[in-house]
Design a protein around this ligand. Structure first.
Ligand SMILES: [Zn+2]
Length: 329
């Protein structure tokens, strides 16, 4: 043949002669490549972070008597492999669903609400892949009532973001304002994936706030809740557009950064390691923003060791905080 080389037909001609077989081979190759990429996306890899400047430690004058307490409401089981790149499939992590009660003379606050009494019913609203096997503890409203703290003493709830495992308990705390920015409210109102549970709660009383304060530990703007630097919220719209980090400074000088789901387990911050691609994709995370916020938190905690970073789902990170009715000051 004129166009054959060493008696062999060119690839295209062979494909034309046996189109079905050729298509099957191409499909098989693509499946193998996709499988290899997916496997690689779970493999250990140190995340490259931009270098950031966090500036001076922001001043804070927390009033005497201010304290925080942890309110665990349950856990859900997740393999470490799904929490950060390089995690093991056999290393089952009990993802914490824990709220933080901040006692402050100007009004007590709740950072996240954990699981509420209707969490099982709420889970049915979610796509099946999001429904993890969970272990329910005592909801926050019940814990506070048992300790004789009137629920009306809570001035507001500050969700780190609007996903079900952070706002489920809001169902039992009706009437207590939920602090959101205009951008956060727009995200919730858009009924975006992940906001099903919050939107099912119906008549939420939102207390809208703005990031009206200056730069804070590398974050470009902030909101100082009581004007004393003790509770400062910064935007961290990587995990979801309404995600925030809440910084709390106690009278002892101890500081906490409540990270929400910026990372799911401490390794995300310490290695640093990103969440596996598939999970980031399903949630719709903003990759660049997440990396930037991670860089800011790593730089802030490295320079100022009095700041403890607390990923919302890492039970180990809550150990230094007394559980209610105990208090960490
Ligand atoms: Zn979460």
């Amino acid at each position: 043949m004129a166009n054959s080389v060493n008696g062999k037909l060119p690839l295209l001609q062979r494909m034309r002669r046996r189109p079905v077989r050729s298509l099957l081979i191409v499909a098989a190759i693509l499946i193998v490549i996709a499988g290899a990429c997916l496997t690689w996306s779970f493999a250990p890899a140190r995340l490259d972070l931009p270098s950031v400047e966090v500036g001076a430690l922001p001043p804070a004058s927390p009033p005497p008597g201010m304290s925080i307490s942890a309110l665990p409401t349950g856990t859900y089981e997740t393999p470490a492999a799904l929490a950060f790149r390089g995690g093991s499939w056999s290393d089952k992590r009990a993802f914490a669903a824990t709220g933080i009660l901040v006692r402050h003379p100007k009004g007590d606050l709740l950072i996240d609400t954990g699981f509420g009494k209707n969490v099982d019913r709420q889970l049915a609203l979610l796509p099946s892949y999001q429904r993890s096997e969970h272990h329910r503890g005592v909801p926050i409203a019940q814990q506070l009532t048992a300790a004789r703290m009137p629920l009306r003493d809570i001035a507001a709830i500050i969700p780190t973001h609007s996903h079900w495992d952070h706002i489920s308990g809001g169902d039992d705390l009706r009437g207590i304002p939920v602090m959101e920015t205009a951008a956060g409210r727009a995200f919730i109102a858009s009924k975006a994936k992940g906001t099903e549970v919050l939107n099912s709660l119906g008549d939420i009383h939102y207390q809208q706030y703005a990031f009206d304060g200056g730069a804070y530990l590398g974050f470009p703007k902030s909101h100082d809740v009581y004007g004393d630097g003790a509770i400062v919220i910064v935007p961290a719209p990587g995990h979801t557009p309404d995600s925030v980090v809440v910084f709390v400074t106690l009278p002892s000088g101890k500081r906490y950064a409540f990270l929400g789901d910026l990372v799911w387990q401490t390794e995300g911050l310490s290695i640093p390691a990103e969440k596996p691609w598939l999970l980031r994709r399903l949630i719709g995370e903003d990759y660049d923003e997440t990396r930037l916020d991670l860089a800011r938190i790593r730089a802030a905690t490295a320079r100022y060791p009095q700041i403890a970073a607390v990923p919302a789902h890492d039970g180990r990170a809550f150990r230094a905080i007394a559980t209610y009715p105990g208090e960490t000051r």
